[in-house]
Design a protein. Sequence first.
Length: 69
Amino acid sequence: MYILADLKLDTGENVAVITVPTKDFKTGSRGFFGSSKAEINGKRYQIQIQIVEIGSKANPQDLPAPEKK
């Protein structure tokens, strides 16, 4: 699954369409993340979109205990 983000200026001019696929973040949270580059009024920009599901991070007490050596 993915989200399509259609970015436009307030004038309605299209800036970029970014595909934002699902992602499992290193923090343990789940969501979506995408990045792209676009030109806006003659200047180049890097664009990042991060969408994090609230409450998706595993509670530390729910994780299995680390094995002892």
